[in-house]
Design a protein around this ligand. Structure first.
Ligand code: KG4
Ligand code: ZN
Length: 314
């Protein structure tokens, strides 16, 4: 089954054709980062207008859309105006082409990105970890489509806290990747920050943002080396928290495999820490960690088969 996937939940317009939920035959992404940079975050109205402008030209630029059997579209969660652009486009295209469409969950798609790019052998139940700009969650995966949320953030997502702290260090938006580069320059690691104290498998990162704000106010960095020391310690503290709870959840469930997804999973230091946790760790390639249409097209296949009819989510 050839599925066209459409992703417009935040600031990337992306379309892809994926066969049988696994094989990516075409994938196009148009990022809006340059437009949002001056605001230091995603400007929702600009985001939806850009999706509106980009969807048709991107679709027309594709070469593999002649024979498609199904359209899958990210329908939640995300920015409402942005999601509506993708969903409206998907509905209109499905009607014009006389094929069905199905809505898929963006967070489930981030998890599925790791599943679709991992060759066997792996086994379920497994542990899932989503860390993006909007979500942080540990999930028990019984199988594709059957999940139990073990814990999630009680306030900010980890990616958001990285981005906000990047801003305090005068890094461009989105700060995560720039913080990673800066942290790598740190030559004298220090323990500046304290790990959040949250019971169980939930997370909280808003206090980390406050720690960073007060520390930087009190000790304004005088040069790049001092900024690198802050970036390093901030990343270490955040990632230790994730690695500790992920390992504990894996041990509690007694599972062998960890599937990780979401933009922050691009981070190499975080990958190192997760790999040391005793499970077989499966990361998607970086272009499938960030928001993308291939994960939506891929997930469309099992979602269609488990639902068996179009439009159920709308
Ligand atoms: O999954 P994603 O593209 O969008 C959402 O669904 O939110 O994730 C975006 C987040 C941003 O917070 C961004 O700073 C972060 O992923 N990110 C990174 C890296 N690359 C992207 N964070 C840390 N290190 C990176 N290399
Ligand atoms: Zn996302």
């Amino acid at each position: 089954m050839r599925v066209l996937g459409i992703e417009t939940s935040c600031d990337e317009t992306s379309l892809a054709v994926v066969v049988d939920g696994k094989e990516i035959v075409e994938h196009v992404i148009r990022s809006q980062i340059d437009l949002h940079k001056e605001f230091g975050g995603v400007y929702p109205e600009i985001a939806s207008r850009e999706h509106f402008k980009s969807l048709i030209p991107l679709y027309q630029s594709m070469e593999e859309t002649e024979k498609i059997d199904l359209i899958a579209v990210a329908c939640a969660p995300g920015l409402m105006g942005s999601l509506l652009m993708g969903v409206t486009f998907a509905k209109a295209l499905a009607f014009a082409r006389g094929i069905p469409f199905v809505g898929v969950n963006h967070i489930e798609a981030h998890l599925y990105a790791a599943v679709m790019t991992t060759p066997l052998p792996y086994s379920f139940p497994a542990l899932g970890l989503i860390i993006s700009g909007g979500h942080t969650a540990l999930i028990k995966i019984e199988g594709v489509g059957t999940y139990t949320v073990l814990g999630e953030t009680l306030d900010d997502a980890l990616g958001e806290a990285l981005d906000k702290t990047g801003r305090l260090l005068d890094l461009p938006y989105p700060g995560g990747v720039h913080l990673e580069t800066l942290a790598k320059e740190c030559l004298s690691p220090q323990n500046i920050f304290r790990r959040p104290k949250v019971d169980g498998f939930n997370f909280s990162f808003s206090g980390m943002k406050t720690q960073a704000l007060y520390y930087i106010r009190k000790n304004p960095p005088r040069n790049r080396a001092e900024r690198a020391a802050i970036a390093y310690s901030f990343q270490e503290t955040m990632f230790d928290e994730i690695a500790f709870k992920t390992r504990a959840a894996g041990e509690k469930l007694g599972v062998k495999d960890l599937f990780a997804g979401g933009g922050v999973i691009c981070n190499e230091r975080l990958r190192e820490k997760l790999k040391a946790g005793g499970m077989r760790v499966h990361f998607p390639p970086k272009e499938l960690c960030v928001d993308n249409g291939a994960m939506i097209a891929g997930l469309g296949f099992p979602v269609w088969h488990r639902k068996g009819r179009a439009g159920e989510d709308f």
